[in-house]
Design a protein around this ligand. Structure first.
Ligand SMILES: [Zn+2]
Length: 380
């Protein structure tokens, strides 16, 4: 039996559509059949109506960067002391023991706050975490993160080849300093061949700048001691320039953070049609500074938001991420531009916009409602 969602208004993110008043969306429980004005749609509709009242409906939110495997580490890391101190405090904890109860709770909390799709990054337990997301109905890219110096032996897969109902397994790269150029290229190639997005952390902090430019620094020595320092040092160039020289940057790549990007780095990202995921609260939590949000947004780069893990944030709530960005942003965005950061742009970057990212016929019938505290920020 078809049902209908009704609300005072909606921002559907459909091409060319603004704010719709007296919104209605007819669905069959999983797929959207029709959207429009209730006055028009009610003429031919006889099913049950779920009236949400005086709220704004938007597409279900996309969290483009999270590490659910770290869900047991809330409050267990240092804040505001920079990346090296944060990593030291992170690895002092048991990181790779799966705490699936914590993962389950985290996914349930994300769903409750309106997130319907996420890109989860995991260096271990990828399949276990994907299984939890699948069971709870979270759409996902379960990103199997390559880290280290060697490409797996010939014949070994770069990421697990398992099928799920609500998501897919994707290969991702950790970072230029921790993952060999050869391995990053191999994972990128495997993703390209499978039509998958390729996420990687890029230009996150000063430590990364120094390692790529000169191969030096406290963090470089820490990585060297652990046998983890990649072959990227002493190129004298920026992380974005180095990633570009490796052929890693194109329209299928999602680079995460971009705190330390120059104007010419932004021009490279734009020219290569790269997708950017900003994690504003994580960068603030760790004490890495802030990305040049305004320049990135003005450049026209497809930009989305992610919370990063609970080990470097206060919660995994995408509304809170957007609120933080809007409150600190020095340019103003239209409601549609702001909402695209947590809906359509993330879906595009993760190659899932055929099912998520906007409310239109044929896509998943999943939506969120704008919390009242954000109404003023979005629609003022
Ligand atoms: Zn991350």
């Amino acid at each position: 039996m078809n049902r209908c969602i009704r609300a005072a208004r909606a921002v559907t993110m459909k091409d060319g559509e603004g704010i719709l008043e007296n919104f209605a969306m007819i669905h069959d429980g999983s797929t959207i059949l029709e959207t429009g004005c209730w006055t028009d749609l009610k003429k031919d509709f006889s099913g049950e109506v779920d009236d949400l009242g005086e709220v704004t409906v938007v597409p279900g939110l996309v969290n483009a960067h999270v590490h659910l495997g770290l869900s047991h580490l809330r409050g267990k890391t240092v804040q505001g002391q920079g990346f090296t101190s944060w990593v030291k405090s992170l690895i002092a904890n048991p990181m790779y023991i799966p705490e699936m109860d914590a993962v389950r709770k985290a996914v349930a909390g994300m769903l409750e706050s309106g997130t319907v799709f996420c890109a989860d990054i995991a260096t271990a337990n990828v399949i276990n975490i994907a299984t939890v997301m699948d069971e709870l109905g979270m759409g996902f890219c379960a990103c199997c993160e390559a880290m280290g110096l060697q490409v797996p032996e010939e014949g070994a897969k770069l990421f697990p080849q398992k099928k799920f109902i609500n998501g897919k397994v994707v290969g991702s790269g950790h970072a230029l300093y921790s993952t060999s150029a050869e391995l990053l290229r191999a994972v990128k190639k495997a993703d390209d061949e499978a039509g998958l997005p390729f996420p990687m952390h890029l230009a996150e902090n000063a430590e990364e700048d120094e390692i790529v430019a000169a191969g030096t620094g406290v963090f470089a020595e820490m990585l060297r001691g652990a046998g983890m320092l990649a072959d990227c040092g002493n190129s004298g160039i920026t992380p974005v320039e180095y990633a570009d020289s490796l052929g890693l940057l194109d329209g299928s790549t999602l680079v995460v953070h971009c705190v330390r990007v120059t104007d010419s780095d932004i021009a490279i990202l734009e020219e290569r049609n790269v997708n950017v995921c900003l994690c504003p609260r994580s960068n603030e939590y760790i004490g890495e500074g802030r990305a040049p949000w305004e320049k990135i947004l003005k450049s026209g780069i497809n930009t989305c938001l992610g919370t990063d893990s609970i080990a470097s944030n206060y919660d995994l709530n995408m509304w809170n991420e957007l609120e933080y960005l809007l409150e600190n942003l020095e340019i103003s965005l239209s409601a549609r531009e702001a909402l695209s950061l947590v809906t359509l742009n993330g879906a595009r970057a993760l190659k899932t916009d055929n099912s998520y990212g906007s409310l239109e016929k044929g896509k998943r019938a999943v939506f969120a409602t704008v919390p009242s505290r954000l109404e003023g920020l979005l629609f003022a």
